[in-house]
Design a binder for this molecule. Structure first.
Ligand code: NAD
Length: 482
Protein backbone atom coordinates (compact mmCIF):
# COMPACT_ATOMS: atom_id res chain seq x y z
CA UNK A 1 0.00 0.00 0.00
CA UNK A 2 1.39 3.39 -0.97
CA UNK A 3 0.33 5.18 2.20
CA UNK A 4 3.29 7.41 2.99
CA UNK A 5 3.37 10.72 1.14
CA UNK A 6 6.29 10.76 -1.31
CA UNK A 7 8.00 14.12 -1.67
CA UNK A 8 11.14 13.33 -3.67
CA UNK A 9 12.28 12.81 -7.22
CA UNK A 10 12.54 9.27 -8.53
CA UNK A 11 15.76 8.54 -10.37
CA UNK A 12 16.76 5.00 -11.25
CA UNK A 13 14.44 3.46 -8.69
CA UNK A 14 15.67 5.65 -5.82
CA UNK A 15 13.77 8.53 -4.18
CA UNK A 16 16.17 11.45 -4.10
CA UNK A 17 16.37 14.99 -2.84
CA UNK A 18 17.29 17.57 -5.46
CA UNK A 19 21.05 17.57 -6.09
CA UNK A 20 21.30 21.12 -4.75
CA UNK A 21 18.84 20.44 -1.93
CA UNK A 22 16.13 22.78 -3.30
CA UNK A 23 12.52 22.25 -2.35
CA UNK A 24 9.22 23.83 -3.31
CA UNK A 25 6.09 24.14 -1.18
CA UNK A 26 2.92 22.36 -2.24
CA UNK A 27 -0.13 24.00 -0.71
CA UNK A 28 -3.87 23.44 -0.54
CA UNK A 29 -5.56 25.94 -2.89
CA UNK A 30 -8.57 26.09 -0.53
CA UNK A 31 -6.60 27.25 2.53
CA UNK A 32 -3.00 27.88 1.47
CA UNK A 33 -2.02 25.36 4.17
CA UNK A 34 1.30 23.67 3.52
CA UNK A 35 0.84 20.06 2.42
CA UNK A 36 4.52 19.24 1.90
CA UNK A 37 7.88 20.63 0.85
CA UNK A 38 9.00 18.55 -2.13
CA UNK A 39 12.29 18.14 -3.95
CA UNK A 40 12.71 20.72 -6.72
CA UNK A 41 15.42 19.54 -9.09
CA UNK A 42 17.61 21.18 -11.71
CA UNK A 43 20.05 20.37 -14.53
CA UNK A 44 21.94 17.70 -12.62
CA UNK A 45 18.81 15.78 -11.60
CA UNK A 46 17.36 15.93 -15.11
CA UNK A 47 20.62 14.70 -16.63
CA UNK A 48 20.72 11.82 -14.12
CA UNK A 49 17.17 10.90 -15.07
CA UNK A 50 18.07 10.87 -18.78
CA UNK A 51 21.07 8.58 -18.05
CA UNK A 52 18.82 6.25 -16.10
CA UNK A 53 16.07 6.23 -18.75
CA UNK A 54 18.56 5.59 -21.54
CA UNK A 55 20.11 2.76 -19.53
CA UNK A 56 16.78 1.08 -18.77
CA UNK A 57 15.19 1.41 -22.20
CA UNK A 58 16.82 -1.46 -24.17
CA UNK A 59 15.95 -4.13 -21.60
CA UNK A 60 12.40 -2.80 -21.24
CA UNK A 61 11.94 -2.79 -25.03
CA UNK A 62 13.39 -6.30 -25.25
CA UNK A 63 10.71 -7.79 -22.97
CA UNK A 64 8.13 -9.82 -24.80
CA UNK A 65 4.84 -8.06 -25.44
CA UNK A 66 3.23 -10.52 -23.04
CA UNK A 67 5.65 -9.69 -20.23
CA UNK A 68 5.23 -5.94 -20.73
CA UNK A 69 1.46 -6.37 -20.71
CA UNK A 70 1.73 -8.41 -17.52
CA UNK A 71 3.78 -5.65 -15.85
CA UNK A 72 1.21 -3.08 -16.98
CA UNK A 73 -1.59 -5.18 -15.51
CA UNK A 74 0.24 -5.32 -12.17
CA UNK A 75 0.53 -1.53 -12.36
CA UNK A 76 -3.23 -1.29 -12.98
CA UNK A 77 -3.88 -3.53 -9.97
CA UNK A 78 -1.76 -1.44 -7.61
CA UNK A 79 -3.33 1.82 -8.82
CA UNK A 80 -6.85 0.34 -8.50
CA UNK A 81 -6.09 -0.84 -4.98
CA UNK A 82 -4.76 2.59 -3.95
CA UNK A 83 -7.29 4.64 -5.91
CA UNK A 84 -8.49 6.42 -2.81
CA UNK A 85 -4.95 7.45 -1.83
CA UNK A 86 -4.66 9.15 -5.22
CA UNK A 87 -8.10 10.76 -4.97
CA UNK A 88 -7.27 12.34 -1.60
CA UNK A 89 -3.94 13.64 -2.91
CA UNK A 90 -5.66 15.14 -5.97
CA UNK A 91 -8.22 16.92 -3.81
CA UNK A 92 -5.56 18.18 -1.39
CA UNK A 93 -3.19 19.69 -3.94
CA UNK A 94 -5.53 20.51 -6.84
CA UNK A 95 -8.69 21.43 -4.93
CA UNK A 96 -11.40 19.53 -6.80
CA UNK A 97 -14.24 17.89 -4.82
CA UNK A 98 -13.42 14.38 -3.62
CA UNK A 99 -16.13 12.79 -5.78
CA UNK A 100 -14.61 14.42 -8.85
CA UNK A 101 -11.13 13.34 -7.78
CA UNK A 102 -12.37 9.76 -7.53
CA UNK A 103 -13.84 10.17 -11.01
CA UNK A 104 -10.47 11.42 -12.27
CA UNK A 105 -8.81 8.28 -10.90
CA UNK A 106 -11.34 6.04 -12.69
CA UNK A 107 -10.85 8.05 -15.88
CA UNK A 108 -7.05 7.96 -15.63
CA UNK A 109 -6.99 4.29 -14.73
CA UNK A 110 -8.75 3.68 -18.04
CA UNK A 111 -5.64 4.92 -19.86
CA UNK A 112 -3.48 2.44 -17.97
CA UNK A 113 -5.98 -0.35 -18.66
CA UNK A 114 -6.04 0.47 -22.39
CA UNK A 115 -2.24 0.57 -22.40
CA UNK A 116 -2.01 -2.86 -20.76
CA UNK A 117 -4.18 -4.21 -23.59
CA UNK A 118 -2.43 -2.33 -26.38
CA UNK A 119 0.95 -3.66 -25.21
CA UNK A 120 0.07 -6.95 -26.93
CA UNK A 121 -1.26 -5.37 -30.12
CA UNK A 122 1.73 -3.59 -31.61
CA UNK A 123 1.40 -5.32 -34.97
CA UNK A 124 3.60 -5.06 -38.03
CA UNK A 125 2.54 -5.63 -41.65
CA UNK A 126 3.62 -7.32 -44.84
CA UNK A 127 3.22 -5.02 -47.84
CA UNK A 128 2.62 -6.62 -51.26
CA UNK A 129 5.77 -5.81 -53.17
CA UNK A 130 5.67 -4.47 -56.77
CA UNK A 131 8.85 -6.41 -57.37
CA UNK A 132 8.34 -10.19 -57.44
CA UNK A 133 11.89 -10.70 -56.15
CA UNK A 134 11.46 -8.56 -53.04
CA UNK A 135 9.51 -8.73 -49.81
CA UNK A 136 8.54 -5.67 -47.80
CA UNK A 137 7.81 -5.94 -44.10
CA UNK A 138 6.84 -3.10 -41.77
CA UNK A 139 7.71 -3.17 -38.08
CA UNK A 140 6.74 -0.90 -35.22
CA UNK A 141 9.45 -0.22 -32.67
CA UNK A 142 9.52 1.88 -29.52
CA UNK A 143 10.62 5.48 -30.00
CA UNK A 144 13.07 5.12 -27.07
CA UNK A 145 13.53 7.52 -24.18
CA UNK A 146 10.57 9.88 -23.80
CA UNK A 147 9.59 12.72 -21.49
CA UNK A 148 6.15 13.77 -20.23
CA UNK A 149 5.28 17.29 -19.06
CA UNK A 150 1.88 17.57 -17.40
CA UNK A 151 -0.42 20.31 -16.07
CA UNK A 152 -2.05 20.71 -12.65
CA UNK A 153 -5.72 20.44 -13.60
CA UNK A 154 -5.89 16.62 -13.86
CA UNK A 155 -2.67 15.60 -12.10
CA UNK A 156 -3.36 11.88 -12.33
CA UNK A 157 -5.24 11.41 -15.60
CA UNK A 158 -2.95 13.62 -17.71
CA UNK A 159 0.04 11.62 -16.53
CA UNK A 160 -1.55 8.17 -16.76
CA UNK A 161 -2.36 8.79 -20.40
CA UNK A 162 1.31 9.40 -21.17
CA UNK A 163 3.06 6.91 -18.87
CA UNK A 164 0.71 4.04 -19.76
CA UNK A 165 1.16 4.01 -23.55
CA UNK A 166 4.85 4.96 -23.38
CA UNK A 167 5.58 1.92 -21.25
CA UNK A 168 3.25 -0.33 -23.25
CA UNK A 169 5.14 0.57 -26.44
CA UNK A 170 8.51 -0.28 -24.86
CA UNK A 171 9.64 3.30 -24.19
CA UNK A 172 10.97 4.66 -20.94
CA UNK A 173 9.64 7.97 -19.65
CA UNK A 174 10.90 10.89 -17.58
CA UNK A 175 7.98 12.58 -15.93
CA UNK A 176 7.80 16.27 -15.00
CA UNK A 177 4.60 17.12 -13.17
CA UNK A 178 3.31 20.63 -12.56
CA UNK A 179 4.81 22.32 -9.48
CA UNK A 180 1.33 22.85 -8.01
CA UNK A 181 0.47 19.13 -8.06
CA UNK A 182 3.54 16.87 -7.89
CA UNK A 183 2.35 14.65 -5.02
CA UNK A 184 -0.15 12.72 -7.13
CA UNK A 185 2.55 12.08 -9.76
CA UNK A 186 5.02 10.97 -7.09
CA UNK A 187 2.44 8.54 -5.69
CA UNK A 188 1.77 7.18 -9.19
CA UNK A 189 5.49 6.54 -9.69
CA UNK A 190 5.66 4.78 -6.31
CA UNK A 191 2.86 2.53 -7.55
CA UNK A 192 4.84 1.74 -10.71
CA UNK A 193 7.79 0.69 -8.52
CA UNK A 194 5.55 -1.40 -6.32
CA UNK A 195 4.22 -3.11 -9.44
CA UNK A 196 7.82 -4.13 -10.22
CA UNK A 197 8.21 -1.84 -13.22
CA UNK A 198 12.02 -1.91 -13.34
CA UNK A 199 14.08 1.04 -12.02
CA UNK A 200 14.67 3.68 -14.67
CA UNK A 201 11.65 2.76 -16.78
CA UNK A 202 9.79 5.62 -15.11
CA UNK A 203 11.79 8.49 -13.63
CA UNK A 204 10.32 11.65 -12.14
CA UNK A 205 11.98 15.02 -11.82
CA UNK A 206 10.08 18.01 -10.53
CA UNK A 207 12.00 21.01 -11.83
CA UNK A 208 11.26 24.46 -13.27
CA UNK A 209 9.63 23.93 -16.68
CA UNK A 210 12.10 26.01 -18.74
CA UNK A 211 15.09 24.22 -17.19
CA UNK A 212 13.51 20.83 -17.75
CA UNK A 213 12.84 21.56 -21.41
CA UNK A 214 16.28 23.11 -21.96
CA UNK A 215 18.05 19.95 -20.72
CA UNK A 216 15.63 17.45 -22.25
CA UNK A 217 15.63 18.93 -25.75
CA UNK A 218 19.42 19.35 -25.72
CA UNK A 219 19.96 15.60 -25.31
CA UNK A 220 19.49 13.67 -28.53
CA UNK A 221 18.80 10.47 -26.57
CA UNK A 222 15.38 11.86 -25.62
CA UNK A 223 13.46 10.99 -28.76
CA UNK A 224 10.04 12.25 -27.85
CA UNK A 225 8.31 14.75 -25.56
CA UNK A 226 4.62 14.56 -24.78
CA UNK A 227 3.27 17.81 -23.35
CA UNK A 228 -0.10 18.80 -21.96
CA UNK A 229 -0.47 22.44 -21.03
CA UNK A 230 -0.92 25.90 -22.46
CA UNK A 231 -0.58 26.79 -26.13
CA UNK A 232 2.12 29.38 -25.36
CA UNK A 233 4.40 26.80 -23.74
CA UNK A 234 3.56 24.38 -26.57
CA UNK A 235 4.89 26.93 -29.05
CA UNK A 236 8.14 27.21 -27.07
CA UNK A 237 8.54 23.44 -27.12
CA UNK A 238 8.07 23.34 -30.89
CA UNK A 239 10.95 25.80 -31.22
CA UNK A 240 13.15 23.80 -28.82
CA UNK A 241 12.37 20.54 -30.60
CA UNK A 242 14.01 21.89 -33.78
CA UNK A 243 17.48 21.30 -32.37
CA UNK A 244 17.37 17.49 -32.34
CA UNK A 245 14.13 17.10 -34.33
CA UNK A 246 12.60 15.64 -31.17
CA UNK A 247 9.17 14.16 -31.77
CA UNK A 248 6.34 16.01 -30.04
CA UNK A 249 2.79 15.35 -28.92
CA UNK A 250 1.03 18.53 -27.80
CA UNK A 251 -2.28 18.65 -25.95
CA UNK A 252 -2.83 22.39 -25.62
CA UNK A 253 -5.48 24.92 -24.74
CA UNK A 254 -9.06 25.04 -25.92
CA UNK A 255 -12.04 27.34 -26.27
CA UNK A 256 -15.02 25.04 -26.55
CA UNK A 257 -18.27 26.23 -28.13
CA UNK A 258 -21.61 24.67 -27.19
CA UNK A 259 -24.24 24.83 -29.93
CA UNK A 260 -27.79 24.45 -28.68
CA UNK A 261 -30.13 23.74 -31.63
CA UNK A 262 -33.79 24.72 -31.43
CA UNK A 263 -35.03 21.10 -31.61
CA UNK A 264 -32.98 19.89 -28.62
CA UNK A 265 -34.31 18.47 -25.39
CA UNK A 266 -33.73 21.64 -23.40
CA UNK A 267 -33.58 19.94 -20.01
CA UNK A 268 -30.85 17.60 -21.20
CA UNK A 269 -29.05 20.46 -22.91
CA UNK A 270 -28.94 22.44 -19.67
CA UNK A 271 -27.65 19.45 -17.70
CA UNK A 272 -24.99 18.90 -20.39
CA UNK A 273 -24.12 22.60 -20.34
CA UNK A 274 -23.55 22.51 -16.57
CA UNK A 275 -21.34 19.42 -16.91
CA UNK A 276 -19.36 20.84 -19.82
CA UNK A 277 -18.83 24.17 -18.04
CA UNK A 278 -18.47 23.52 -14.33
CA UNK A 279 -16.65 20.17 -14.09
CA UNK A 280 -13.37 20.83 -12.27
CA UNK A 281 -14.61 24.40 -11.79
CA UNK A 282 -14.14 25.12 -15.49
CA UNK A 283 -10.42 24.32 -15.25
CA UNK A 284 -10.47 21.80 -18.03
CA UNK A 285 -9.05 22.08 -21.54
CA UNK A 286 -12.38 20.88 -22.95
CA UNK A 287 -14.44 23.19 -20.71
CA UNK A 288 -17.23 24.98 -22.54
CA UNK A 289 -16.42 28.67 -22.91
CA UNK A 290 -19.05 29.93 -25.37
CA UNK A 291 -22.71 28.94 -25.49
CA UNK A 292 -24.41 29.61 -28.83
CA UNK A 293 -28.14 29.10 -28.44
CA UNK A 294 -30.82 29.06 -31.16
CA UNK A 295 -32.77 32.29 -30.72
CA UNK A 296 -36.23 30.66 -30.13
CA UNK A 297 -34.73 28.85 -27.09
CA UNK A 298 -32.43 31.59 -25.90
CA UNK A 299 -34.41 33.10 -23.00
CA UNK A 300 -35.59 29.74 -21.70
CA UNK A 301 -32.09 28.23 -21.91
CA UNK A 302 -30.50 31.21 -20.18
CA UNK A 303 -32.89 31.19 -17.25
CA UNK A 304 -32.71 27.39 -16.75
CA UNK A 305 -28.92 27.39 -17.04
CA UNK A 306 -28.58 30.25 -14.53
CA UNK A 307 -30.98 28.54 -12.10
CA UNK A 308 -28.99 25.33 -12.22
CA UNK A 309 -25.69 27.17 -11.81
CA UNK A 310 -27.07 28.93 -8.71
CA UNK A 311 -27.79 25.56 -7.12
CA UNK A 312 -24.17 24.35 -7.37
CA UNK A 313 -22.48 24.28 -3.98
CA UNK A 314 -19.02 25.82 -3.71
CA UNK A 315 -16.90 24.19 -1.00
CA UNK A 316 -13.32 23.13 -0.31
CA UNK A 317 -12.64 19.87 -2.13
CA UNK A 318 -12.50 17.79 1.06
CA UNK A 319 -16.09 18.84 1.92
CA UNK A 320 -17.15 17.49 -1.46
CA UNK A 321 -19.44 20.21 -2.78
CA UNK A 322 -20.13 20.58 -6.50
CA UNK A 323 -17.31 23.02 -7.15
CA UNK A 324 -14.01 23.74 -5.36
CA UNK A 325 -11.55 26.67 -5.39
CA UNK A 326 -9.62 27.95 -8.37
CA UNK A 327 -6.01 26.76 -8.40
CA UNK A 328 -4.33 30.12 -7.68
CA UNK A 329 -4.72 33.89 -7.56
CA UNK A 330 -3.78 34.28 -11.23
CA UNK A 331 -6.71 32.03 -12.09
CA UNK A 332 -9.03 34.26 -10.04
CA UNK A 333 -7.69 37.41 -11.69
CA UNK A 334 -8.36 35.99 -15.15
CA UNK A 335 -11.91 34.96 -14.27
CA UNK A 336 -12.68 38.40 -12.82
CA UNK A 337 -11.21 40.11 -15.89
CA UNK A 338 -13.49 38.08 -18.16
CA UNK A 339 -16.57 38.92 -16.09
CA UNK A 340 -15.70 42.62 -15.83
CA UNK A 341 -14.94 42.91 -19.53
CA UNK A 342 -18.28 41.33 -20.46
CA UNK A 343 -20.27 43.47 -18.00
CA UNK A 344 -18.49 46.69 -18.97
CA UNK A 345 -19.40 46.01 -22.57
CA UNK A 346 -23.10 45.42 -21.94
CA UNK A 347 -23.50 41.72 -21.09
CA UNK A 348 -25.71 40.75 -18.16
CA UNK A 349 -24.78 38.50 -15.24
CA UNK A 350 -27.66 36.06 -14.66
CA UNK A 351 -26.04 34.11 -11.83
CA UNK A 352 -22.88 34.42 -9.77
CA UNK A 353 -20.22 36.88 -10.88
CA UNK A 354 -18.56 37.35 -7.50
CA UNK A 355 -15.94 35.84 -5.24
CA UNK A 356 -17.35 33.92 -2.29
CA UNK A 357 -16.14 34.40 1.27
CA UNK A 358 -16.07 30.99 2.90
CA UNK A 359 -14.95 32.42 6.21
CA UNK A 360 -11.74 32.40 8.25
CA UNK A 361 -9.03 30.08 7.06
CA UNK A 362 -10.18 29.90 3.43
CA UNK A 363 -8.53 31.60 0.48
CA UNK A 364 -10.20 34.11 -1.86
CA UNK A 365 -10.29 31.59 -4.68
CA UNK A 366 -13.89 30.45 -4.46
CA UNK A 367 -15.77 32.01 -7.35
CA UNK A 368 -19.51 31.71 -7.84
CA UNK A 369 -20.61 29.58 -10.80
CA UNK A 370 -21.45 32.33 -13.25
CA UNK A 371 -23.72 32.61 -16.28
CA UNK A 372 -23.56 35.76 -18.41
CA UNK A 373 -26.08 36.48 -21.16
CA UNK A 374 -25.70 38.74 -24.18
CA UNK A 375 -22.00 38.19 -24.73
CA UNK A 376 -20.45 39.34 -28.00
CA UNK A 377 -17.93 37.42 -30.10
CA UNK A 378 -15.14 39.94 -29.46
CA UNK A 379 -15.39 39.94 -25.66
CA UNK A 380 -12.53 38.32 -23.71
CA UNK A 381 -14.74 35.44 -22.65
CA UNK A 382 -15.39 34.65 -26.32
CA UNK A 383 -11.76 34.81 -27.37
CA UNK A 384 -9.53 33.73 -24.43
CA UNK A 385 -9.63 30.43 -22.56
CA UNK A 386 -11.30 31.41 -19.23
CA UNK A 387 -10.26 28.30 -17.27
CA UNK A 388 -12.82 29.08 -14.61
CA UNK A 389 -16.53 28.85 -13.74
CA UNK A 390 -17.92 31.47 -16.13
CA UNK A 391 -20.24 30.75 -19.05
CA UNK A 392 -20.95 33.32 -21.76
CA UNK A 393 -24.20 32.87 -23.70
CA UNK A 394 -25.37 34.43 -26.97
CA UNK A 395 -28.06 33.72 -29.57
CA UNK A 396 -27.79 32.57 -33.20
CA UNK A 397 -30.33 32.48 -36.00
CA UNK A 398 -29.12 29.71 -38.37
CA UNK A 399 -27.10 26.50 -38.06
CA UNK A 400 -24.60 27.85 -40.59
CA UNK A 401 -24.07 30.95 -38.47
CA UNK A 402 -23.54 28.79 -35.35
CA UNK A 403 -20.89 26.67 -37.09
CA UNK A 404 -19.11 29.70 -38.51
CA UNK A 405 -18.98 31.41 -35.13
CA UNK A 406 -18.00 28.20 -33.32
CA UNK A 407 -15.05 27.79 -35.67
CA UNK A 408 -13.86 31.39 -35.42
CA UNK A 409 -11.17 30.67 -32.86
CA UNK A 410 -7.54 29.62 -33.16
CA UNK A 411 -8.39 26.64 -30.94
CA UNK A 412 -9.89 23.32 -32.03
CA UNK A 413 -10.03 20.94 -29.08
CA UNK A 414 -13.64 20.24 -28.09
CA UNK A 415 -17.12 21.36 -29.14
CA UNK A 416 -20.60 20.35 -28.05
CA UNK A 417 -23.87 20.10 -29.96
CA UNK A 418 -27.31 19.60 -28.47
CA UNK A 419 -30.10 18.68 -30.89
CA UNK A 420 -32.52 15.91 -31.85
CA UNK A 421 -32.57 15.73 -35.66
CA UNK A 422 -29.74 13.28 -36.41
CA UNK A 423 -29.09 14.56 -39.95
CA UNK A 424 -29.02 18.17 -38.87
CA UNK A 425 -26.71 17.38 -35.95
CA UNK A 426 -24.40 15.41 -38.25
CA UNK A 427 -24.14 18.32 -40.67
CA UNK A 428 -23.21 20.63 -37.82
CA UNK A 429 -20.67 18.10 -36.44
CA UNK A 430 -19.06 17.70 -39.87
CA UNK A 431 -18.67 21.45 -40.14
CA UNK A 432 -16.87 21.85 -36.81
CA UNK A 433 -13.07 22.20 -36.76
CA UNK A 434 -12.60 20.44 -33.42
CA UNK A 435 -10.95 17.14 -32.52
CA UNK A 436 -13.65 16.13 -30.03
CA UNK A 437 -17.40 16.70 -30.36
CA UNK A 438 -19.91 15.83 -27.64
CA UNK A 439 -23.39 15.28 -29.15
CA UNK A 440 -26.01 15.58 -26.42
CA UNK A 441 -23.05 14.72 -24.19
CA UNK A 442 -21.45 17.18 -21.78
CA UNK A 443 -18.76 14.71 -20.68
CA UNK A 444 -17.21 13.20 -23.82
CA UNK A 445 -13.74 12.34 -22.40
CA UNK A 446 -13.02 8.65 -22.16
CA UNK A 447 -9.87 6.55 -22.26
CA UNK A 448 -10.68 4.52 -25.40
CA UNK A 449 -11.19 7.50 -27.70
CA UNK A 450 -8.59 9.58 -29.58
CA UNK A 451 -8.34 12.71 -27.42
CA UNK A 452 -6.66 15.72 -29.00
CA UNK A 453 -7.11 18.95 -30.86
CA UNK A 454 -6.88 20.66 -34.22
CA UNK A 455 -5.28 24.03 -34.97
CA UNK A 456 -3.66 25.72 -31.94
CA UNK A 457 -5.00 23.01 -29.64
CA UNK A 458 -2.22 20.64 -30.48
CA UNK A 459 -0.61 17.83 -32.40
CA UNK A 460 -1.29 14.12 -31.89
CA UNK A 461 -3.90 12.08 -30.07
CA UNK A 462 -3.97 10.32 -26.71
CA UNK A 463 -6.16 7.42 -25.67
CA UNK A 464 -7.11 3.90 -26.73
CA UNK A 465 -5.19 2.39 -29.61
CA UNK A 466 -4.65 5.81 -31.16
CA UNK A 467 -1.98 6.98 -28.72
CA UNK A 468 0.29 4.03 -29.45
CA UNK A 469 1.54 5.52 -32.72
CA UNK A 470 2.84 8.50 -30.72
CA UNK A 471 5.36 6.17 -29.03
CA UNK A 472 6.27 3.97 -32.02
CA UNK A 473 8.63 4.36 -34.95
CA UNK A 474 7.71 2.73 -38.24
CA UNK A 475 10.53 0.86 -39.93
CA UNK A 476 10.19 -0.97 -43.23
CA UNK A 477 12.52 -3.69 -44.37
CA UNK A 478 12.93 -4.48 -48.06
CA UNK A 479 14.44 -7.93 -48.55
CA UNK A 480 15.74 -8.95 -51.97
CA UNK A 481 15.31 -12.68 -52.43
CA UNK A 482 18.28 -14.67 -53.64
P1 NAD B 1 1.31 25.46 -18.44
O1 NAD B 1 1.60 25.40 -19.89
O2 NAD B 1 1.65 26.68 -17.72
O3 NAD B 1 2.07 24.28 -17.66
C1 NAD B 1 1.95 22.95 -18.07
C2 NAD B 1 3.21 22.22 -17.66
O4 NAD B 1 4.30 22.77 -18.39
C3 NAD B 1 3.59 22.37 -16.19
O5 NAD B 1 4.19 21.17 -15.77
C4 NAD B 1 4.62 23.49 -16.22
O6 NAD B 1 5.50 23.45 -15.13
C5 NAD B 1 5.32 23.17 -17.51
N1 NAD B 1 6.03 24.29 -18.13
C6 NAD B 1 5.81 25.61 -18.05
N2 NAD B 1 6.69 26.29 -18.81
C7 NAD B 1 7.49 25.36 -19.40
C8 NAD B 1 8.58 25.41 -20.30
N3 NAD B 1 9.05 26.59 -20.77
N4 NAD B 1 9.15 24.27 -20.70
C9 NAD B 1 8.69 23.07 -20.25
N5 NAD B 1 7.66 22.95 -19.39
C10 NAD B 1 7.06 24.10 -18.98
O7 NAD B 1 -0.23 25.08 -18.30
P2 NAD B 1 -1.08 24.96 -16.96
O8 NAD B 1 -1.50 26.30 -16.52
O9 NAD B 1 -0.38 24.07 -15.97
O10 NAD B 1 -2.32 24.11 -17.51
C11 NAD B 1 -3.40 24.73 -18.10
C12 NAD B 1 -3.33 24.66 -19.59
O11 NAD B 1 -3.21 23.29 -20.00
C13 NAD B 1 -4.59 25.16 -20.24
O12 NAD B 1 -4.29 25.93 -21.37
C14 NAD B 1 -5.31 23.88 -20.65
O13 NAD B 1 -6.22 24.04 -21.69
C15 NAD B 1 -4.17 23.01 -21.00
N6 NAD B 1 -4.57 21.60 -20.94
C16 NAD B 1 -4.71 20.93 -22.12
C17 NAD B 1 -5.14 19.62 -22.13
C18 NAD B 1 -5.32 18.88 -23.41
O14 NAD B 1 -5.40 17.66 -23.38
N7 NAD B 1 -5.38 19.54 -24.55
C19 NAD B 1 -5.41 18.98 -20.92
C20 NAD B 1 -5.26 19.70 -19.74
C21 NAD B 1 -4.82 21.01 -19.77
Amino acid sequence: MVSEMITKNLIDGVWRDAADGSTIAVTDPATDALIADVAFGGDEDIRAAIESSAGAQPAWAALSAKDRARAMRRFVEVVSRDADVLAHLITAEQGKPLTEARGEVVYGLGFLECAAEEATRVYGELVPSWNAAKRISVMQQPVGVTAAITPWNFPFAMLARKVGPALAAGCTQIVKPAPQTPLTAMALCAMALEADIPPGVVNLVLAPGPIFSKVIFADSRVRKVSFTGSTDVGRELIALSARNITRLSLELGGHAPVIVLDDCDIEKAVVGAVQAKFRNNGQSCIAANRFLVASPLYDDFCSRFAEMAKKLTVRPGCEDGDVGPLIDDAGVTKVRRHVEDAVDRGAKVLSGGELLDLGPGFTDRFFEPTVIAGVEDDMLISTEETFGPVAGVSAFTSDAEAVLRANSTPFGLAAYVFGNDASRVLRVVEGLDFGIVGVNDGLPSTAQAPFGGMKASGIGREGGKYVMREYLETKYVSTALS
